[in-house]
Design a protein around this ligand. Structure first.
Ligand code: GLU
Length: 512
């Protein structure tokens, strides 16, 4: 049915939206809904709109709205209408649309499709308890539907608290979901639904329907958790004489154990992924594959290729499995595609944050070309930082791993256990002799000949002479890094330079 439906839409007619509630962080689920709406809009040369659903005044916060906007923008998802940029169908914040809602709420009241309900909370609660005790689904009895207009006037005059209820017609609602196909609901189960807390405060389902109509939304693409809302929204659309948009409900995102996705599975907010050193391209690519299956083996998609390949028919019905290992792999892949300059630019904030380096503001030359190693006060050039970071480009999975991997480059004296210097079970004396020899050889190399190639040639020849290469390479590498595992000794020595290499060899000699 999908293909045919789309034929009826001419380019530019598609209007879709992401409608987050600013009550918390931007999570993977909302990011995916936003991405799919965006891709769908782009694919059909339509419009993608951001609407902030902040009718819940107590829980909605401007800071969350800001964070959500930042997160979406960082992912590369852009809207053409929204609270930050305006548009022809604004305002785009529900809290600023009360007058619009009021018009429709009054219309429903006037046409006798809705009514004032003055029942107290206690009354409703005991009714609910009773219904549940006799095994019936809790729903409103319809009591206030029978109030005379006189009584209503009297209560309103007396300022008796009220809500607005919708007169739910008993019928079968059937709709064709673009992903789930036919979905049916019996509205008799709903009872008369509360639709507004006052003449200007609609609840989510009504506000959403009014906004979707006023904003000319053609397709509602959202999470499967909203399926129970859809028949209610359809009832309101029918009552208000609105056309019905097409619905597409995206499957849930689950952890690898098929339970509800949580932190335990590595699912954190978009802000946290960013902080953790995931690249926006990697995250977008990963999110796109959560339930959308391109139908080939291909896994790597840039935003333009997603726009080209995306289609709703290729969204699966069953839950999407969130696999953090795959995200890490993908992030590593995108990290490897970066130029050394770019990767260094991305990594520097992590080194600064861990107090390893800071920008050298006094340095001559172009700003940003020099940094200061905080522990030693030495100056380090951007070029050298680039070399250090490039050593790890192949194995880096997240940018936040960089301080841990490279910290020994930014230390004065290294702290490590003497045992770390031991290759197999050779004696302290032999290690000392080897280190002495290495130092002697290295001190003879002129600074201008201090290249990785020369160091490798000279020291490998020596290592081969000894027979067991590890006898030289292991203590040398540990002396320079203080680490059990690191980049190789020649690469490290080249970057450290002659002076620092010899200094570290002396230190290891002292440790023994
Ligand atoms: N404010 C709703 C949410 O955040 C949006 C629902 C919809 O897309 O209709 O889940």
């Amino acid at each position: 049915m999908m293909e045919e439906d789309l034929k009826l839409i001419s380019p530019g007619e598609v209007r879709v939206r992401i409608a987050p509630s600013p009550t918390g962080h931007l999570h993977i689920g909302t990011a995916r809904t936003a991405l799919f709406n965006y891709l769908f809009a782009k694919k059909h040369e339509g419009s993608f709109i951001l609407r902030i659903e902040d009718t819940d005044v107590e829980r909605s916060k401007k800071e969350w709205e800001q964070k959500i906007i930042e997160g979406l923008k960082w992912l590369g998802i852009e809207w053409s209408e929204g609270p930050d940029i305006g548009g022809d169908y604004g305002p785009y914040r529900q809290s600023e649309r009360r007058e619009i809602y009021s018009k429709y709420i009054q219309k429903l009241l006037k046409e006798d499709k809705a009514y004032y309900c003055f029942c107290s909370k206690e009354e409703l609660e005991s009714q609910k308890q009773y219904q549940m005790s006799i095994g019936e689904p809790p729903r409103y009895s319809g009591k206030c539907q029978n109030l005379s207009p006189q009584k209503v006037k009297e209560y309103l005059k007396a300022k008796k608290p009220f809500i607005i209820r919708f007169k739910t017609p008993s019928k079968k609602i059937v709709f064709q979901d673009m992903i789930r196909e036919k979905i049916e609901f019996d509205t008799a189960l709903f009872g008369d639904l509360c639709i507004a807390k006052s003449l200007t405060d609609p609840l989510y389902n009504l506000a959403c329907v009014i906004d979707d109509f006023e904003m000319k939304i053609t397709h509602v693409i959202r999470g499967e958790d909203h399926i129970p809302n859809t028949p209610k929204q359809i009832l309101f659309q029918e009552a208000l004489g609105f056309p019905q948009p097409k619905f597409a409900h995206l499957p849930l995102i689950l952890g690898p154990d098929r339970s509800k996705l949580s932190k335990r599975h590595g699912a954190i907010s978009i802000t946290e992924y960013r902080k953790d050193g995931y690249l926006a391209e990697a995250l977008t690519n990963f999110i796109a594959l959560l339930s959308w299956n391109p139908g080939t083996e291909r896994e790597v998609f840039s935003m333009p290729s997603l726009i080209k390949e995306f289609s709703i028919e290729k969204i699966q019905k069953s839950g999407a499995i969130f696999n953090i290992t795959k995200l890490d792999w993908m992030n590593g892949f995108y990290i490897r595609q970066k130029s050394p300059e770019k990767l260094t630019e991305y990594c520097i904030p992590y080194l600064v944050e861990k107090n390893l380096i800071e920008p050298e503001l006094e340095a001559e030359g172009l700003p940003g070309q020099f940094y200061k190693i905080i522990e030693t006060g030495e100056k380090i050039s951007l070029k050298r930082l680039e070399k250090i970071i490039s050593l790890y480009q192949e194995r880096l999975k997240k940018l936040s791993e960089i301080p841990e991997l490279t910290h020994f480059f930014f230390k004065g004296k290294l702290e490590y256990d003497k045992e770390l210097l031991r290759w197999k079970d050779i004696e302290d004396k032999e290690i000392k002799n080897i280190l002495k020899k290495v130092k002697k050889i290295l001190s003879k190399i002129k600074s201008e000949n201090w290249t990785e190639k020369n160091l490798t040639n000279i020291l490998m020849a020596e290592a081969d002479k000894i027979g067991d290469r590890g006898k030289i390479l292991w203590p040398l590498r540990v002396s320079l890094t203080g680490e059990k595992a690191s980049a190789g000794p020649f690469e490290v020595a080249t970057i450290l330079g002659k002076e620092k290499t010899l200094e570290r060899l002396n230190q290891s000699y002292d440790i023994l």
